[in-house]
Design a protein around this ligand. Structure first.
Ligand code: PLP
Length: 446
């Protein structure tokens, strides 16, 4: 391993994203290499990456020379040209390919640099749709508390973004309205499914009536939500949301930034439900993180009234990113990685369920290779689990060669879709040991 690489500390000129000053003072690891599902740090330590790059994009795993080659070839052929008034070959092909694999009705695509930009563009697109139809008063957006849709512009100031990231950006954008998220394990309405009659979805009608139906542009949500740890709502949730949106002429935006491209065992998580979005946002698994790329897809019905989408940025429809995206989709297909996500997801879920005997393991859940263990200090009351103990489990796991992270009160798992049984077995063993150690330290078990 490269000996010259050392940890990043306060002497470094590099600023890190969402990393505490105290952690920087202790020294931040530099990841110098990736291979399959493993990454290596500056000291040569190897980790199984159960978060596919930490932010979960690396679907095809590390070290894919095919993707490097696709980028290289496109750079040599034609590295860049404006997306305004001109097209390029990889963007045309990638849009065609996405039209084939996205849910029925999603037909037209525009490419951005990441998920946050895709969400911003989706909001703009919805506004354009209403505007050109003469419905110019529709500017409000409804999203869900506890959701996350990115860090830019209106997104961070209008959508149900997690609190620490939102606080400094407040006040919220005018026209931001929220409903609760579907999270049956700790229902925000204090109800139980199915007796709840889907109160979390029905709340959408109430907020629309309160805000004024003629002022609302769109509703946005992830089909399976990261907020509380890979939460899949009951089957009725999305059809009901669709019905309410239709009733009031509101566009339904489904955010597939994490879920898309096989993460949940289907190409898109929307496919788990009987629902058709008007607009869909995508990123992450689109290029497996090898280059930045986000996308927005919409139906012909949404695009048809729009004379011109008043939107342009330099790196829109970027040919190199689209070429890498195309090659990445080929890999997903030829290596059956969506099927592998389904199969290995079930295997991983079974493995995690063997940990349910632990007093702190409240709920184990997962769809495809997006899974979570929701922790509690009391299985009966489902009382909160302290964040510091979750963080301690994470650092124990890191010491034993496994990278995981928290989401809400859960540990979340989203490994590369190429993961094998042996790697899952190793991860479950390590997690078992770490939970045992932490429970002992907390006095939850002997
Ligand atoms: C559902 C969802 N939407 C949007 C975003 C923003 O994507 P990015 O980080 O690529 O800007 C994220 C990021 O995690 C996300 O999870």
């Amino acid at each position: 391993m490269a000996k010259s690489v050392k940890k990043v500390d306060k002497t470094s000129h590099l600023m890190l994203h969402r990393t505490g000053r105290k952690d920087v003072h202790k020294g931040i690891d530099v990841i110098v290499k990736g291979e399959g599902v493993r990454v290596f740090d500056q000291d040569g330590n190897s980790y199984i990456d159960l978060e596919a790059g930490g932010t979960r994009p690396v679907h095809v795993g590390y070290g894919r020379k095919e993707l490097a080659q696709a980028g290289y070839d496109q750079m040599c052929q034609m590295a860049y040209f404006t997306p305004m008034g001109f097209a390029n070959v990889p963007a045309v092909k990638l849009a065609d390919r996405l039209a084939e694999i996205t849910p029925a009705g999603i037909e037209r695509f525009i490419f951005e640099c990441d998920g946050s930009e895709a969400v911003e563009t989706a909001m703009k697109l919805a506004k354009h749709y209403h505007y050109y139809r003469g419905d110019q008063g529709r500017f409000k957006i409804v999203s869900r508390r506890g959701a996350y849709h990115g860090v830019n512009g209106i997104g961070v100031r209008a959508l149900g973004i997690v609190m620490p990231m939102r606080q400094l950006m407040e006040p919220l954008a005018p026209g931001s309205a929220f409903i609760e998220s579907p999270y049956c394990y700790r229902c925000p309405h204090n109800l139980s499914y199915p007796a709840c009659d889907m109160a979390c979805a029905r709340e959408l009608s109430r907020i629309i009536e309160f805000e004024g139906p003629e002022q609302i542009s769109m509703f946005i949500g992830e089909p399976i939500q990261q907020g509380f740890g890979a939460y899949k709502p009951p089957a009725e949730y999305w059809p009901l949301i669709r019905e309410i949106c239709d009733q009031y002429g509101i566009l339904l935006v489904i955010d597939e930034v994490i879920c898309g491209f096989g993460r949940t065992g289907r190409m898109f998580a929307t496919e788990h439900f009987d629902v058709q979005p008007d607009i869909m946002t995508m990123a992450k698994g689109l290029t497996s993180g090898y280059v930045p790329l986000g996308a927005v897809g919409c139906s012909d019905q949404v695009l048809e009234p729009i004379e011109v989408l008043n939107h342009l940025h330099t790196y829109g429809n970027h040919p190199v990113a689209c070429a890498v995206g195309l090659r990445n989709l080929e890999i997903l297909e030829t290596e059956n990685l969506v099927e592998n996500s389904e199969k290995m997801g079930r295997y991983f879920l079974d493995g995690l369920k063997t940990l349910e005997h632990h007093p702190s393991v409240g709920e184990v859940r997962g769809t495809g290779l997006w899974l979570a263990i929701d922790f509690t200090i009391n299985k009966k009351s489902r009382a909160s689990f302290p964040l510091e103990n979750l963080m301690s489990i994470i650092s124990r796991a890191k010491q034993k060669g496994i990278l995981v992270k928290t989401m809400g009160m859960a540990l979340e798992f989203a490994p590369p879709l190429i993961i094998k049984k042996e790697e899952i077995d190793e991860a479950v063993l390590v997690l078992d040991a770490c939970i045992t150690e932490e429970e002992k330290a907390m006095g939850l078990s002997k």
